[in-house]
Design a protein around this ligand. Structure first.
Ligand code: NAG
Ligand code: NAG
Ligand code: NAG
Ligand code: NAG
Ligand code: NAG
Ligand code: NAG
Ligand code: NAG
Ligand code: NAG
Ligand code: NAG
Length: 896
């Protein structure tokens, strides 16, 4: 999405700054002391190429020679007559080190211009000595890793015309002047970090750039009174509070950037009466209220008020901004229809109005010069009068997602230079019109027609497409041929596409994501596939592919996800997969693959998800060959195969990613990237649950429906991050290991349909996240543990065992001293069916806030109805709530 400022802006700015930064050259010798001060300064720093992030850079000081007059040195300028060093430009000079207050730099008292930008001053403080350059007009310390407060002395540089301290990340200014030198880095953090009012003293200031730092506190209104200010850039700080209601000065202001702060309140009217203003960006703040009336303003070129909370309608006085080329009002709460007067903005070429509640009638030659038009997500009907032959000949980007439109807009016909077209999430039905292919034939690179009702696309003639999204339509027949060479993202999932995997895919050497899942593609996987070195996701799940996975499969360095689930693939697994060293997800479930356990995948360091469920895998799982097998595996599903022999104890010992997982303080993280979210089906108690996104702390093991024999190894207890464990439907014998008590994150445990005997270990009472327990069809005996979760499990968790007793079974334990729940608790249990509105939704919210059981809902986004075990959790939660309520009632009652 292009947002461009006109050349006018730049040329004006350039002339302005150039005028102020011209310095005379000198041919005469300057005094020795200045030269040695410069040399000392240079020696106090070292040179590191990586200290400068610049397009082109070299160490200017590299050519400084002691025997030469320093006025001739690179970056040094002296006054012709006085021979004083008056300008020093060491930007992009690879300088690394700190500048302490006793640096000889500060001996150059006659400096008028000092530029040290784009070096690395190693988080050193800005010395107050900078305030002693009495003649300084230009100071640039941007992009230089300075740290800490900006000394008050800077605001005494009364001649300062330009101050650029941008991009120092952690810079802050203190208003606590007394404390200016005394603080170390730690205590600085706690100081108020406002921009001091005293900057308002710098009445000569033309250019003030404090962007990309961490200033917080209120925005000082004194800055807005600087009479000569042309550029004020405070973008990306943490400034709060409203803009001043009145300003004096700012008559020369050209550029005002306050984006990405926490500024609030309404927009003052002076904003739209600044006669020189060319660029105004208030993007991403918390401004409220209506936009207000625009005054006549023939210089404003770029207006960005996006990502605020502005309300009301777009005033028709917007047409007074006759020079406007870019208007961005997206992501606000604007309503009503877009005023037709906007058509008078004849220079407008970029218009972003997405994510509001606006409506528009696209039937006029509203925007004949428009290049970029974004009206997505307004949730209102966009009327397009397809009867009129109006044209938008200059259109290059059109975004009309979620606009409720039902036809391809005819005005596209003449959009011969279209580059991006997004018509996703609409109601467009049937075939694509014949003329569509001519739209941007040589220019279209981005095409999103997903989530419509398209039944066929004849041709995809565009030569330069790099992203094509056709997901969730009704497309049938073969996938139309695409020009493979430019293709990087191809999404065509959830259609009825059939035929073979098209062969053009094999030439797609830049392809990064191929998602053809949920279609009817048949035939074999072409041998040539997966050759693309760029490919990161290959998703062919839920099709009808057969044959074996080609042995020639070779992975590029970026291949992260292979999903072939739900096909009819057979034969053995090609060993070449072992070379997919960056694979994170391998899902081959629900096929007919006939092989032994692919232990050779164990050395893929990145592998996090391995699903081979419901295939024809067989045999013993022997000991790992690698020293640390599967070091990052978190989801292991080998269920529904013919594995036999004992459970692979040695593997359990090393599944590091299932132990001591740090939940992470920076919130939920999901697998995948911006373009493709990894998703997966897991089975819990026979229910197929779709993880639409996979949280990186989600860990499960499913070995169910195989023929494993022998005992459950104690070592399982060390996999203490497990959320789910399923060993059901095997031939396991022996006791349930008491070490299971360490699995404190366990939410479901299924050991049913085995031959386990002995008692249920009391340690299981400690599993306070456990929501599902399945122990039926074993030979367990003795009392069922009681309390906590165990009050919530029902009979069928335990049916068909030899001799279990105690709650919830009717059989009481005679020889044991197990505590039975009291009758009143039992009654509560029974009265807690979700009714009177407290149910599913409420619990979802409850979990979202992490109330009692951890955040199960955080990583499960359910596609299924209300599973029974959730109902059970609802009950438990209500139970606890009720008890709390009662306790509270009792306590307050007692006080009376
Ligand atoms: C300084 O000298 C240079 C070169 O001789 C000349 O171009 C420039 O105009 C002089 N500046 C002043 C201010 O005299
Ligand atoms: C500056 O002071 C430090 C000690 O604070 C000293 O080590 C260093 O030599 C001094 N540098 C100069 C140029 O005087
Ligand atoms: C600078 O500004 C501050 C606060 O606005 C004021 O108190 C002070 O007198 C000013 N100093 C000078 C030298 O103008
Ligand atoms: C603006 O933000 C400040 C500081 O966060 C707050 O005190 C004030 O109430 C806010 N004003 C409005 C109108 O939201
Ligand atoms: C729009 O296209 C026409 C014809 O191609 C051209 O003359 C005009 O300059 C373009 N306008 C803009 C703003 O690009
Ligand atoms: C377009 O033309 C059709 C039939 O010619 C008519 O029914 C429809 O109302 C017209 N649409 C508009 C917006 O004028
Ligand atoms: C894996 O890659 C190595 C080196 O490129 C190659 O020698 C080896 O044959 C490959 N292994 C398989 C099973 O393809
Ligand atoms: C698996 O493959 C082996 C050897 O290729 C064969 O003997 C066996 O019958 C196959 N098993 C199944 C279930 O297809
Ligand atoms: C999960 O299984 C269902 C039913 O088989 C299927 O429709 C869905 O696509 C699967 N989801 C994933 C992420 O594999």
């Amino acid at each position: 999405m292009g947002k461009c400022l006109s050349w006018k802006y730049f040329s004006l700015l350039l002339s302005l700054l150039f005028f102020h930064s011209q310095f005379p050259f000198s041919s005469s010798l300057s005094s020795n002391s200045q030269c040695s001060a410069l040399l000392h300064f240079n020696h106090s720093l070292s040179l590191h190429r990586r200290a400068s992030h610049c397009g082109y850079s070299y160490p200017k000081t590299g050519s400084w020679k002691e025997d030469k007059d320093c006025c001739t040195w690179d970056g040094v300028v002296c006054d012709n007559s006085t021979r004083h060093v008056i300008a020093l430009d060491l930007s992009c000079s690879w300088l690394y080190g700190s500048i302490p207050s006793n640096s000889t730099l500060f001996l150059l008292r006659h400096l008028r211009s000092l530029n040290l930008a784009r070096n690395d001053f190693d988080l050193s403080l800005i010395s107050p000595e900078f305030g002693n350059f009495q003649s300084l007009t230009h100071l640039n310390l941007s992009h230089s890793r300075f740290y800490g407060e900006i000394p008050y002395e800077i605001s005494q540089l009364s001649s300062l015309v330009s101050l650029d301290l941008s991009y120092n990340g952690d810079l802050m200014m203190t208003i606590d002047y007394q404390s200016k030198h005394q603080f170390g880095k730690e205590s600085l953090v706690t100081l108020p970090r406002a921009i001091p009012t005293s900057l308002g003293n710098l009445t000569q200031m033309i250019y003030l750039d404090l962007s990309y730092n961490n200033f917080n506190g209120l925005l000082p209104s004194s800055i807005f009174d600087l009479p000569n200010l042309s550029v004020l850039d405070l973008e990306r700080n943490q400034l709060v509070g409203p803009l001043p209601n009145h300003v004096s000065g700012l008559n020369l202001l050209i550029d005002l950037s306050l984006s990405s702060n926490f500024l609030n309140g309404t927009l003052p009217s002076w904003l739209f009466s600044l006669t020189s203003l060319m660029k105004l960006t208030l993007h991403q703040n918390q401004f409220i209220g209506e936009i207000g009336e625009f005054k006549y303003n023939n210089s404003l070129d770029y207006l960005d008020l996006s990502y605020n909370m502005l309300q009301g309608s777009i005033p028709s006085s917007i047409s007074r901004l006759v020079s406007l080329t870019t208007l961005d009002l997206s992501s606000n709460n604007l309503q009503g229809s877009v005023p037709s007067s906007i058509s008078r903005l004849v220079n407008l070429n970029t218009l972003h109005l997405s994510s509001n509640n606006l409506s528009i009638m696209l039937d006029l030659e509203l925007f004949s010069n428009l290049n970029v038009f974004n009206f997505s997500y307004n949730n209102l009907l966009v009327s397009i009068n397809n009867n009129l032959t109006f044209t938008l000949p200059n259109l290059t980007e059109l975004y009309l997602s979620s606009c409720n439109i039902s036809e391809f807009p005819i005005f596209l016909k003449v959009a011969t230079n279209l580059g991006s077209l997004d018509l996703s999430n609409n109601r467009i039905y049937g075939q694509t019109p014949e003329w569509l292919g001519a739209v941007g034939r040589n220019s279209l690179t981005f095409l999103d027609l997903s989530h419509n009702f398209l039944t066929s696309i004849d041709k995809i003639p565009w030569k330069n497409l790099y992203s094509v999204d056709l997901r969730n339509n009704l497309l049938q027949g073969p996938l139309p041929t695409l020009n493979a060479l430019s293709l990087r993202y191809l999404f065509a999932s959830n259609n009825n596409l059939s035929g073979g995997i098209p062969s053009f895919i094999c030439n797609a050497s830049s392809l990064e994501v191929l998602d053809l899942s949920h279609n009817n593609f048949s035939g074999t996987i072409p041998k040539c596939l997966v050759l693309s070195n760029a490919l990161s996701v290959l998703d062919l799940r839920m099709n009808s592919l057969n044959g074996s996975i080609p042995a020639s499969v070779s992975c590029g360095n970026y291949l992260r996800n292979i999903n072939l689930n739900g096909n009819q693939l057979e034969g053995p697994l090609p060993r070449s997969l072992e070379n997919c060293t960056n694979l994170e997800v391998l899902d081959l479930g629900n096929n007919k693959i006939n092989d032994t356990f692919p232990y050779w995948l164990e050395s893929i360091l990145e592998l996090q998800v391995l699903v081979i469920r419901s295939n024809k895998f067989q045999g013993h799982i022997s000991n790992p060959k690698a020293e640390f097998p599967f070091p990052n595996l978190r989801i292991l599903d080998i269920s529904n195969n013919d594995f036999n022999g004992p459970l692979p104890r040695k593997y359990f010992k090393y599944l590091k990613a299932m132990m001591n997982v740090d939940k992470g303080e920076d919130g939920l993280k999901y697998m995948g990237n911006e373009y493709y979210h990894d998703s997966l089906n897991v089975t819990m108690k026979g229910l197929n649950i779709e993880l639409v996104r996979i949280q990186t702390i989600f860990t499960t093991i499913d070995f169910s429906n195989n023929s494993f024999i022998g005992e459950i190894p104690q070592i399982i207890g060390s996999l203490n991050s497990l959320k789910g464990l399923n060993f059901s439907h095997n031939n396991l014998i022996g006791y349930i290991p008491s070490s299971f008590g360490h699995l404190t994150n366990l939410e479901w445990l299924d050991l049913s349909f085995n031959k386990l005997d002995g008692e249920i270990p009391k340690q299981l009472e400690d599993l306070n996240q456990l929501a599902v327990l399945e122990l039926s069809h074993n030979q367990l005996t003795g009392p069922i543990p009681s309390g906590k979760q165990f009050n919530t499990f029902e009979n069928n968790s335990y049916t068909n065992n030899l001799g279990l007793c105690g709650f919830p079974l009717t059989r009481t334990c005679n020889n044991h001293t197990s505590k039975l729940p009291t009758t009143s608790t039992l009654q509560q249990e029974n009265n807690l069916e979700p009714k009177n509105g407290f149910g599913w939704q409420a619990v979802l919210i409850g979990y979202g806030c992490g109330v009692i059981f951890g955040t199960l809902m955080g990583y499960l986004m359910f596609k299924i109805g209300k599973p029974k075990w959730i109902v059970r959790m609802v009950k438990l939660e209500q139970h606890i709530l009720l008890r709390r309520l009662k306790n509270n009632a009792r306590r307050s009652g007692g006080r009376k």
